[in-house]
Design a protein. Structure first.
Length: 263
């Protein structure tokens, strides 16, 4: 299937590893020029070189802290200077710390809000005018199954991912007439660095080893295994493609059947 991504320009946030890296890989393989960002310039440069060598596609690696508005503005502006425009925005950021409400300070809530919600608002605000002017665009937010079915001990993620979902659904209505789609993609338990960290935190709290935590998750998943980043990236590439032009305002889980809700 030709996704029509040849010569598109995509910005993929938090793309030095994990799901962001997998999405950047997939879009580059489809022929898109890709802007990748994270805090670590050295790691970004290595990832950019690897993707360019494998796909022959142009990659721009721009370091920045997505919790800082000025860094987001710099990332977007540098990307536009390099490629002339941004057609596709894939928002993404590391998940906030685990913890129950009583263990979370006001500062923890403020930090998580900046990272999970405000970063999405700032990135969207920066790229949306150009998308409206060209009357074409794709905004895809990588959130979490926690936005649809809250996960125990993830108070911050459960709350703030749901806020991103509400924002995206509302924005989708506002920009649909411009040929812009806005969707959310919800990863389940996937073999990434973030899930490894989460497993380690739970293992320490419960006094078990990491393998036992993963086994618990696998028993809850109908497919009886964790997902792979490339399985997630395949849907992400479709949702930002020209072929997905009539899908907007949707939140789609990639979770092996873990989510129990009907919608």
């Amino acid at each position: 299937m030709d996704l029509g991504l040849q010569d598109k320009v995509a910005l993929v946030a938090a793309a030095s590893q994990g799901l962001g890296r997998a999405v950047a890989d997939e879009l580059a393989a489809e022929g898109s020029s890709v802007i990748i960002c994270s805090r670590d310039q050295q790691k970004l440069d290595r990832v950019a070189q690897e993707i360019e060598s494998r796909t022959g596609t142009r990659i721009a690696a721009i370091a920045g802290d997505l919790s800082l508005t000025k860094d987001i503005e710099s990332i977007v502006d540098h990307g536009i200077d390099r490629f002339g425009r941004i057609d596709i925005l894939v928002t993404n950021n590391g998940g906030p710390p685990a913890g129950k409400f009583d263990a979370l300070s006001r500062e923890a809530w403020d930090d998580a809000t900046l990272s999970v919600l405000t970063s999405v608002l700032d990135m969207t605000r920066r790229v949306l005018p150009g998308m409206k002017e060209r009357r074409w665009g794709r905004i895809l937010n990588i959130t979490s199954i926690a936005a649809k079915q809250p996960v125990e001990n993830l108070m911050l993620s459960n709350s703030l991912r749901a806020a991103v979902t509400g924002f995206a659904k509302t924005l989708a209505d506002e920009v649909a007439e411009y040929g812009i789609t806005v969707n959310n993609i919800l990863p389940g338990y996937t073999s990434t660095e973030r899930v490894e960290q989460l497993a380690a935190t739970i293992a320490e709290t419960d006094g078990v080893d990491i393998a036992e935590v993963k086994k618990r998750w696998e028993t809850q998943i109908p497919m009886k295994r964790l997902g792979q980043p490339e399985e997630f990236a395949a849907l992400a590439a479709f949702l930002v493609s020209t072929r997905a032009s009539y899908i907007t305002g949707s939140s789609i889980a990639v979770d092996g059947g873990w989510t129990r809700s009907l919608f």
